[in-house]
Design a protein around this ligand. Structure first.
Ligand SMILES: CC(C)(COP(=O)(O)OP(=O)(O)OC[C@H]1O[C@@H](n2cnc3c(N)ncnc32)[C@H](O)[C@@H]1OP(=O)(O)O)[C@@H](O)C(=O)NCCC(=O)NCCS
Length: 210
């Protein structure tokens, strides 16, 4: 998925060393308040990514000097056809305020819409993280809840934009294979178990390969 010189793609195993170098633990407390320890190895980073996100994209820019990774976007808490949560980080302060975050999130939002993935896309930031709050509001998110210092925002697609199709196979009973089918995500066949809903796996596969 690309817009101009900015690209979003699924991470690959060979990205892990670069991601480990760029994904500094100090990014997290200021952004979302979560404490993430330094990743001691690529395996610990991979395990954290797997535990935290259902889909993990890297953001790259392609300049005359070459292509480089500048950030990531992770999808979590996915309730297929209903809602999902997104985390977005531009790693380096020097790369912020160049419009990269906006372009990356716009690409994701339009892909989710095109694929009828969710009606609502949510994000979470610290109230003290005023820059990110402004960022999300500028992209059409609005606050729906505040829990202490945590601010929860959502973006709702207008119904006129096609809405969300219902999944034809949503009625049970489901076999084990339907409940947690194996799909190929980031080049790895793995079982997906989401809300006991076989559509979830199909959707994840869709947004993983747009
Ligand atoms: C939030 C973040 C992803 C924004 O990425 P970015 O590439 O710097 O943002 P953009 O340049 O695309 O900004 C788009 C608009 O958002 C607003 N914005 C972004 N950062 C801002 C800041 N620090 N202060 C005020 N407004 C800001 C501005 O309105 C900006 O438009 P403008 O530059 O024309 O004024 C980036 O700052 C970041 O990685 N922060 C740490 C992680 C984080 O907090 N993530 C939470 C979001 S899920």
């Amino acid at each position: 998925m690309a817009r101009g010189d900015l690209m979003l793609r699924l991470y690959r195993f060979r990205d892990l060393p670069a991601l480990r170098r760029l994904l500094k633990p100090e990014i997290f407390p200021a952004a979302s308040g979560s404490q993430v320890k330094a990743f001691g190895s690529s395996a610990s980073l991979w395990w954290w990514m797997r535990r935290t996100f259902q889909v993990f994209y890297v953001i790259e820019i392609d300049k005359r000097e070459g292509r480089r990774m500048i950030g990531f976007a992770g999808v979590y808490n996915m309730e297929p056809r209903n809602s999902l949560w997104v985390s977005l980080v531009i790693f380096d302060q020097k790369d912020r305020r160049h419009g990269y975050g906006r372009r990356a999130l716009e690409l994701l939002l339009s892909s989710f819409q095109k694929n009828h993935v969710a009606k609502t896309v949510c994000g979470e930031v610290l109230a003290s993280n005023t820059g990110s709050l402004r960022f999300l509001k500028k992209l059409g998110f609005h606050i729906f809840s505040q829990d202490g210092n945590r601010v929860l925002l959502k973006f709702e697609y207008p119904a006129a934009c096609g809405g969300v199709r219902t999944c034809p196979s949503i009625n049970g009973p489901f076999s084990d294979e339907q409940r947690s089918p194996r799909v190929s995500i980031c080049g790895v066949r793995r079982r997906v178990r989401l809300n006991e809903n076989p559509c979830a796996a199909l959707l994840i596969e869709k947004i993983a390969h747009f």
